[in-house]
Design a protein around this ligand. Structure first.
Ligand SMILES: Cc1cc2nc3c(=O)[nH]c(=O)nc-3n(C[C@H](O)[C@H](O)[C@H](O)COP(=O)(O)O)c2cc1C
Length: 305
């Protein structure tokens, strides 16, 4: 058996497959369908300081090669998360990564401060695709300086591993990843959803309530791989790859491109056991290709075609 464990700063994952924020609830929802302990880790739905109701429906539409959503960060808020959701996550033998949402720098810090005294949290992932209210709704990670500032603010509030999750809706994602590194993030995760639009030609209305939404699924994989490649070539920081991963081959594409771990998102809506299956498929690949440790594959993309 190949060694599948990976180390990201002080965060140890038993294997490189995580489930992505917003696609797996708080873990318990899938507990009867999936062996949760087979996963490298679970990333929670984004948690904000106060509960959020999210956007009105329709807020999810299935498209030929992906899906468009405008859930709008619906979540129970940090207090209820600690009381009602964290105890179950703590009972599992897998890494628990709490994804945090905020509409201001202070909100990110306040959520982390509330979680600091709680046990059983292995890392934080900052959802920097949230609209930054003070900057006119621009996503936090659309601006490298804002990314640097907010990462530094949260970094000062915790010693736990910090993953900064980046939006793909920028010209140069490596500049933003560099800003996260300079503020001492342990890793970057990419990509969050792309901005998308779908139109019903009969009613001539957008197919989701917010008009545009977040596009995810198989269609975005080549975009995500290109972003991972750009960061891997330009910034020396661990990368967690996300975007359209449906099976083991997709996950391996990200690892070979330079990701040390991956997240499985939209695939969970088709099969909640997708992550668990992907772990098995990666192990099989390693055996077939006589790879003794997954680390040998990370960034092993060859230059020539
Ligand atoms: C319905 C839905 C809800 C999501 N909610 C969140 C969220 O709360 N926080 C977050 O950081 N990302 C959220 N995402 C983004 C995913 O975590 C992931 O970055 C994105 O979907 C790309 O991966 P995929 O193509 O495998 O789905 C959500 C995605 C979907 C489809």
């Amino acid at each position: 058996m190949a060694e599948l464990s990976v180390q990201i700063g002080s965060l140890r994952l038993k294997n490189p497959v995580l489930v992505a924020s917003g696609t797996f609830g708080y873990g318990k929802e899938s507990a009867e369908l999936v062996n949760l302990n087979a996963l490298g880790g679970i990333i929670t739905k984004s948690i904000s300081l106060q509960p959020r109701a999210g956007n009105p429906p329709p807020r999810i539409v299935e498209l030929p090669a992906g899906m468009l959503n405008s859930i709008g960060l619906q979540n129970v808020g940090v207090e209820a998360f600690v009381k009602e959701k964290l105890p179950f996550l703590n009972s599992l033998d897998t890494a628990v990564i709490v994804n945090i949402a905020g509409s201001s720098a202070e909100e990110f810090r306040a959520v982390v401060q509330r979680l600091e005294n709680e046990e059983g949290i292995d890392a934080y992932e900052l959802n920097f695709s949230c609209p930054n209210v003070k900057e006119g709704g621009l996503e936090f990670s659309q601006d490298a300086r804002v990314t640097a500032r907010v990462t530094a603010l949260v970094r000062a509030a915790t010693k736990r591993p910090l993953i900064v999750k980046l939006t793909p809706n920028v010209t140069k994602i490596s500049e933003v990843a560099k800003a996260a590194k300079e503020s001492n993030a342990d890793a970057v995760s990419l990509i969050n959803t792309l901005v998308g639009l779908a139109v019903d030609i009969h009613s001539r209305r957008a197919r989701i309530n917010t008009i545009t939404g977040g596009y995810s699924g198989p269609a975005i994989k080549p975009v995500a791989l290109a972003k991972v490649y750009e960061v891997a070539q330009n910034v020396d920081i661990p990368i967690i790859g996300i975007g359209g991963i449906m099976n083991g081959e997709d996950a391996l594409e990200f690892i070979i491109t330079g990701a040390c771990a991956v997240q499985v998102g939209s695939a969970n809506f088709i099969d909640p056991a997708a992550g668990e299956k992907i772990v098995g498929e990666i192990a099989q690949y390693c055996e077939k290709h006589r790879i003794s440790s997954i680390k040998e594959l990370v960034g092993s993309l060859r230059g020539e075609v």
